[in-house]
Design a binder for this molecule. Structure first.
Ligand SMILES: NC(=O)C1=CN([C@@H]2O[C@H](COP(=O)(O)OP(=O)(O)OC[C@H]3O[C@@H](n4cnc5c(N)ncnc54)[C@H](O)[C@@H]3O)[C@@H](O)[C@H]2O)C=CC1
Ligand SMILES: CC(=O)C(=O)O
Ligand SMILES: [Mg+2]
Length: 618
């Protein structure tokens, strides 16, 4: 059940070859300088002579024609000149040399600006650079740097990306949605900016997150960049600094609440589904109350999911199952793992809900009435049934009293007490609070009942991680398995030994969930489809890798893992009779595809950045 073949790797290579062989023509309704100023059509110095003639570009470019491959090299290695502050840097790579000794944040933002400028000028080249260097660039366009970008959005803003629907647009959204220039949109990522990573309410500045997530969709799932839409629902902000900032770009009013809030989101969802009935909407970084409320409200009505609740849950479950395998135990032993989750927000509760479902499936006990293997903590400590005004979502995981409970662990017990008394197999942080896995807590994990304790410090960005990778190996011991939400380098343990650092981030699932759903044509995303995605990720790693503490694939193979996840999602939609197909491939064709054919179909459906011949049409 947990092994899936990787023969699709060669298919991916074939797909690339296939696309490279015959890039089809692309109709353009512009001419001359308008084309050069459109990042979608612009090829910079890459326009061949025939196109320069046909499109009125002659004389508007230097005469030398530089091929796509040469442009790519030029960007990465040699010639492009960027001025940043007083820094004269020759290229992305030389920037790394020239900024040595500068604070990390400064360098990361400089890198982001270079990439962003390329995006604003030439999208084809940008996505090629991103795809081919995803390991280097994901930390720039995604976590952790995207957090910094959101925090500094006002100063960094140059060209708008995506759409903004504000509290002031009530009643106008149905017509506004038609202002978006693309005829077709497949994937939307929407936020209200209320909980951006672990950085809190960043209001309109949170638009950086949908942009970063969709860049990952393009790089990992080969979504067509012309068919994706980042959206900000600017419903106000409760961030006092932003409210007082006269240059703040969002609506300067406190967040709407209750009916006023939900009516805005309702109107947005209706507008989207009217113009693009097949579009998938990913909810991202909503504060907990609205994350759960909107998921419940829309999940059967529209094709949508909440990435922080559902995507994170699948990735964490894959990691938890990997941690069982790392101990040399059968997967069925998952039900015996003691798991402490720190953070009872949308992510923590999502993880526990999915883990509980997995335990029920394995034991056949729907309510998990036997030994409860989960301990949940929030800002007030251990959550128990004695808690006053307990959150509805946390209630199913509150510890009770009596048999099966550990003596002396009462309501509000501290993390250190819980770890010392429970001796958990897994300590998983989704609290958004940097450093709460202190030296003492990590040392207490040495007494874990596991031969290979797992420490998952999943909060983002890096500054908000519950602990660093180095501290985890230093204090909890060299035999742990470790994962973090944002990337850390592997840890040198001395004597040639390496502590492997995994990145447990929902980026390993959301692209495949979105792409698989799109290709399946399902009108909603079932629990089964999400479970199939998680199981596919869990089964991706070999026993050899798991033994080395490698629980998640390298980000360099994200397109490959996304192909597998996407195919698993489509197959499950077919099994559940939800698949209505996409484009020319209908239900029947999907039903008759073998596992391998499905993976090939998914791989073939991915967009790949190439210059297409441009054909002008008035
Ligand atoms: N690695 C990944 O793929 C993902 C990581 N995350 C990260 O998880 C974090 C939390 O996200 P959400 O659950 O959506 O946020 P949230 O705001 O809904 O929940 C945060 C929870 O942490 C608790 N908390 C706060 N201080 C605490 C403390 N000192 N001790 C214990 N618990 C404490 C709060 O009471 C609350 O229950 C964020 O940093 C986010 O970036 C979220 C989704 C995916
Ligand atoms: C990764 C992600 O979705 C988050 O930190 O919110
Ligand atoms: Mg998120």
């Amino acid at each position: 059940m947990w092994r899936i073949s990787r023969s699709v790797a060669s298919n991916l290579r074939q797909t690339r070859h296939f696309s490279a062989a015959i890039p089809g023509p692309c109709i353009v309704h512009k001419r001359g300088a308008d084309i050069l100023h459109d990042p979608w059509f612009n090829k910079d110095t890459g326009f061949p002579l025939t196109e320069r003639d046909r499109l009125g570009l002659r004389g508007l470019l230097p005469p030398r024609i530089i091929s796509f491959e040469q442009q790519y090299e030029r960007f990465s290695e040699t010639e492009s000149v960027f001025l940043w502050l007083e820094l004269q840097v020759e290229s992305y790579r030389s920037l790394e040399k020239n900024t040595r000794g500068q604070p990390e944040n400064v360098v990361s933002l400089a890198k982001w600006r270079i990439l962003n400028r390329l995006h604003d000028r030439n999208e084809t080249l940008y996505y090629r650079v991103l795809m081919d260097n995803i390991k280097d660039f994901a930390p720039i366009i995604y976590t952790p740097t995207v957090g910094l970008v959101c925090q500094n959005y006002g100063g960094l803003f140059r060209r708008p990306r995506g759409m903004y629907f504000s509290a002031k647009d009530k009643g106008e959204m149905m017509s506004m949605i038609y202002n978006w220039p693309s005829q077709q949109v497949d994937m939307i990522v929407v936020t209200d900016g209320s909980r951006i990573l672990g950085l809190g309410d960043l209001g309109v500045q949170g638009i950086g997150i949908p942009i970063g997530k969709l860049d990952m969709y393009i790089a990992a799932a080969g979504m067509n960049p012309q068919r994706v839409l980042p959206v900000m629902l600017d419903i106000g902000t409760n961030n006092q600094n932003l409210l007082e900032d006269r240059l703040y770009l969002g609506v300067r009013q406190p967040r709407l609440e209750g009916e006023e809030y939900i009516s805005i989101v309702d109107e947005f969802m209706e507008a989207v589904s009217t113009r693009w009935p097949k579009a998938i909407v990913q909810f991202e970084d909503f504060q907990m109350k609205w994350a759960f409320e909107t998921l419940q409200r829309y999940r059967k009505k529209f094709c949508m999911f909440n990435d922080d609740i559902q995507g994170t849950a699948g990735v964490a479950l894959a990691g938890l199952l990997g941690a069982v395998r790392a101990q040399g135990r059968p997967l069925s032993d998952f039900v015996k793992q003691k798991i402490v989750v720190v953070g009872a927000g949308s992510a923590g509760i999502g993880v526990l809900s999915m883990a509980k479902q997995a335990v029920s499936r394995m034991t056949g006990d729907n309510e998990v009435t036997g030994n409860n293997p989960f301990w949940l903590l929030d800002k007030d400590g251990l959550v128990t049934k004695a808690r006053n005004n307990i959150e509805l979502s946390a209630a199913p995981f509150a510890r009770g009293f009596g048999p099966g409970e550990i003596e002396g662990l009462g309501e509000g017990a501290s993390l250190l007490e819980v770890v010392k008394k429970v001796k958990p197999h897994v300590l998983l942080g989704l609290s958004g609070v940097g450093g709460i896995f202190t030296e003492e807590v990590l040392k207490a994990m040495q007494e874990s009942d596991s031969v290979r304790p797992a420490i998952f410090s999943m909060s983002n960005p890096t500054t908000n991680a519950e602990c660093t990778a180095a501290d985890a190996f230093k204090y909890a011991g060299e035999n742990i398995v470790f994962a973090s939400g944002s990337p850390f380098g592997n840890v040198n343990l001395g004597n040639g030994k390496v502590g492997h650092v995994n990145q447990a981030n929902n980026m390993y699932l959301f692209p495949g969930i979105g792409l698989g759903t799109l290709l399946s044509g399902a009108h909603y995303i079932s629990d089964g489809m999400l479970q199939a995605a998680a199981e596919c990720l869990a089964s991706y790693m070999t026993d050899e890798e798991i033994n080395k503490g490698i629980l998640f694939p390298s980000i360099s193979s994200i397109r490959h893992i996304t192909t597998e996840v996407g195919a698993a999602v489509v197959r499950e939609a077919v099994v559940e009779e939800l698949a209505e197909g996409h484009g020319d491939i209908g239900t029947k064709e999907l039903m008759h595809m073998s596992e391998e054919e499905m993976k090939e179909y998914v791989a073939r459906s991915m967009w790949y950045p190439l210059y297409h011949p441009l054909v002008h049409e008035k």
